[in-house]
Write a new protein. Structure first.
Length: 325
């Protein structure tokens, strides 16, 4: 009897240790596209509405939630006179982001809409709220530094880049701004992250032409360059439309997640975005899928029930199609 109890106890410990090792070895990440909290979404928030209310459960299903913040959040600065569209959200939006997101890329073509003071105020407010900005900083070195995500024994390096005009938003050696995606610099950053102990490196891009359903040759070339340099997956946004996915060297590339919170779009394509869900371990992406969302007139997203969207698992060489549950 004692021997049986010992064996059962040993099997129990093995099972617990196996489960613990599995938990230690994987992390769930979630990425969304453009989050613009001025104009329609800003008015909704001012009126007491929550633009994330329909996707709250979805956002809370991952270990880390990452999005592209398509506007400064500030009270300082003045709108640049040489841009058709300029955005600036009020700091009152911050409580709605807290608890929904862990990190926000500021590497985009609207981060500098209200000048450098507003950009730095945005960085300060995000950090004070516990939201970690990346893809931009108070100088060039900080803008290109990876954001480190660490959980379950994994070290994940997030890098953010913009390559859509104006380039005047780019950081310099002693002035704030965003990270620009010069090929040589991107390759250097990815390799440096690996040398600093990254188990995975994930570039989050702001690129391509607006409203174009397919990625450009430039997007494909840069994505392949990043994977050749050591990236495990490449994720993009900016075109205000989803752009499909592909595998290169066994690594997934999701070219554009489209809009997430954004108003003033009227077609089904520009109102549809993807929420990207990843499970990763030391060897890279084990599985991934996308959940389609549709934004309403106010820019508020809600999942599209039954939508068929791209997905994949480790070892795949072809994009699969999944239907959201």
């Amino acid at each position: 009897m004692n021997r049986l109890i010992f064996i059962l106890g040993l099997l129990y410990l093995i099972d617990i240790n196996y489960a613990f090792a599995a938990e230690q070895g994987s992390v769930k990440l979630l990425f969304v596209g453009d989050i613009m909290l001025d104009d329609g979404p800003g008015r909704s928030i001012a009126n007491g509405q929550d633009p994330f209310r329909h996707v709250d459960t979805l956002l809370k299903s991952a270990d880390f939630r990452i999005g592209n913040l398509e506007c400064p959040i500030a009270t300082t600065g003045a709108a640049l006179g040489n841009k058709i569209f300029t955005f600036r959200a009020h700091p009152s939006v911050l409580p709605l982001l807290k608890g929904r997101f862990d990190a926000l890329s500021v590497a985009n073509n609207h981060a500098g809409d209200y000048g450098k003071d507003a950009f730095v105020e945005t960085l300060n407010l995000l950090e004070q709220t516990g939201l970690r900005p990346f893809g931009g900083g108070r100088n060039l070195s900080a803008a290109h530094a990876p954001l480190w995500l660490e959980r379950n024994g994994l070290r994940i390096a997030l890098l953010g880049y913009n390559e859509f005009k104006p380039r005047s938003f780019e950081a310099g050696s002693n002035w704030p701004g965003i990270a620009w995606s010069e090929d040589s610099q991107v390759v250097t950053d990815i390799r440096a992250a690996r040398q600093s102990g990254a188990d995975l490196v994930i570039p989050f891009m702001h690129w391509g032409w607006e409203r174009e359903p397919k990625p450009t040759a430039r997007q494909r070339q840069l994505a392949h360059t990043m994977i050749n340099a050591g990236a495990d997956i490449v994720i993009g946004g900016h075109p205000h439309i989803t752009q499909g996915a592909e595998y290169y060297q066994g690594k997934p590339i999701i070219y554009s997640l489209g809009n997430f919170v954004f108003d003033s779009f009227t077609t089904p394509a520009t109102r549809t975005g993807w929420v990207l869900r990843l499970t990763v371990d030391r060897q890279g992406v084990t599985k991934w899928d996308t959940v389609a969302v549709m934004v309403d007139d106010d820019g508020t997203p809600a999942p599209i029930v039954g939508a068929k969207t791209p997905c994949g698992i480790r070892g795949s060489q072809h994009i699969q199609t999944c239907q959201d549950r």
